[in-house]
Design a binder for this molecule. Structure first.
Ligand code: HEC
Ligand code: HEC
Length: 371
């Protein structure tokens, strides 16, 4: 009797015997040449992201593809907490510097101040707070704040941001008759506490997202949303330009820290970046990869606001971040920054692609502040 195993062996043997032609020396058949992909870049990209041409990854990189804008899990309906948070975001009376969060994170300027350094002091450029909800654990250019409460406390108490004192602010707000009813509506009692102030500000901050872009429409299958040049730029961003190695995922950041040189701040001092947080020599001069949504709307660039335009950013990256003027490196340049040999047409295509990451400016009415 023949069992199943025996039958399989027999079949395999027979198949092998009939398909195997005898190979003699010098007669090894050449492999079929790879079929040449004659499709245009547009055709290659008019498909689901998973079917796009393979990106050029540096070895050791966690490969994370680009993706469309996800829904913000913190976009709350217009609750009373959100309303209070918005009022506090525009409130200038919390600190001795007459700054509100909105002085630096101005909604009309895509939640930045458009200045090289934060207005009112400091040595760093004000980042947008759009999509800050995905930065948990990585807040600030060096990622030093792990939680929103920590980050907002620093914003309020820093002598160069608002110079307020969260032990005194509850009392200051309780002296303004319009405030206790807002806390009552939001939290069920009119007591004003540090925790409630931080919570309301966090709820408001996390509700802020960037909007839909031409890139998102393209990814969702509206292939007319990008021009040929913009698609060429997308391709270069993922391949020859190597940008995707650090700027990836739905927000175009790996949430990692890299050294791109250009560490000198406006006073002429070196910014230590991530080193201040970890104390590791290897982290000197490293900064968090910023997201790139609405990047065309948030000049100037770099943690120190040293680079004025996107053309300059791309040109410097293309040349491997050479130092011009008084700029210097602190620590060691990322091994992933090297000359790219992009032609000027290719650089313009990358710029055109970056412009497709812009959404409409959100129209935000300033709230009437309690009196
Ligand atoms: C004087 C200008 C100024 C004011 C006022 C200010 N910020 Fe900022 N904000 C900055 C700067 C500059 C940074 C980056 C600082 C750094 O990396 O060291 C920042 C970072 C942030 C971040 C982290 C963003 C990121 O990409 O890591 C959030 C969120 C934020 N601020 C929210 C607020 C809130 C909420 C308030 C009000 C309580 C506020 N800020 C007040 C200038 C300001
Ligand atoms: C090795 C990782 C890495 C690579 C590769 C890389 N970037 Fe960046 N990028 C960063 C980091 C980190 C910063 C922030 C530098 C700083 O603040 O000092 C940055 C900053 C930027 C900024 C400024 C954003 C802002 O808000 O200030 C733009 C624009 C940008 N990169 C585009 C690109 C493009 C285009 C490419 C490809 C040609 C690229 N990057 C390649 C890590 C990288």
């Amino acid at each position: 009797m023949i069992n199943c195993y025996g039958l399989c062996c027999l079949l395999l043997f027979l198949c092998g015997a009939c398909s195997k032609s005898p190979v003699t020396d010098g007669e090894v058949p050449l492999p079929e040449p790879e079929p040449v992909d004659t499709r245009s870049t547009r055709e290659k990209y008019s498909a689901a992201i998973t079917a796009w041409p393979e990106a050029e990854w540096y070895s050791g990189i966690i490969k994370k593809e680009l993706a469309e804008l996800p829904a913000n899990p913190n976009a709350k309906p217009n609750t009373e907490v959100l309303r209070l948070g918005k009022v506090l975001f525009f409130e200038k009376r919390m600190g001795s510097i007459q700054n509100s969060c909105s002085s630096c994170h101005n909604p009309a300027k895509f939640w930045t101040d458009g200045s090289r350094m934060a207005i009112g002091g400091g040595v760093r450029n004000t980042p947008t707070i759009e999509n800050a909800w995905h930065l948990k654990g990585h807040l600030f250019h060096d990622g030093r704040a792990a939680t929103y409460a920590e980050q907002i406390t620093e914003a309020i108490e820093s002598p160069i941001e608002m110079d307020g004192d969260l032990n005194i602010i509850p009392w200051i707000l309780s002296q303004i008759p319009g405030y206790p009813p807002l806390f009552e509506a939001a939290y069920g009692s009119n007591s004003i506490t540090r925790e409630r102030i931080l919570d309301a500000l966090e709820v408001y901050t996390l509700s802020i997202s960037s909007g839909e872009t031409a890139f998102d429409r393209f990814v969702r299958g509206d292939y007319a949303a990008l021009t040929d040049k913009e698609i060429e730029g997308l391709h270069l961003f993922r391949t020859k330009g190597k940008c995707i190695n650090c700027h990836n995922g739905p927000f175009f950041t790996d949430l990692q820290y890299h050294n791109l040189g250009y560490a000198v701040d406006f006073r002429g001092d070196l910014d230590n970046g991530r080193y201040e947080v970890t104390g590791f020599e290897a982290d000197k001069g490293k900064l968090r990869t910023p997201g790139l949504r609405n990047v065309s709307n948030t000049a100037p660039y770099w943690h120190n606001g040293e680079i004025a335009t996107l053309e300059e950013v791309i040109d410097l990256l293309n040349r491997g971040m050479p130092h011009t003027g008084r700029q210097k490196i602190n620590g060691t340049l990322s091994p992933h920054i090297r000359p790219l040999q992009l032609t000027s047409n290719e650089q313009r295509a990358i710029l055109a692609f970056l412009n497709t990451l812009s959404s409409e400016v959100l129209k935000v009415e300033s709230p009437t502040l309690p009196q």
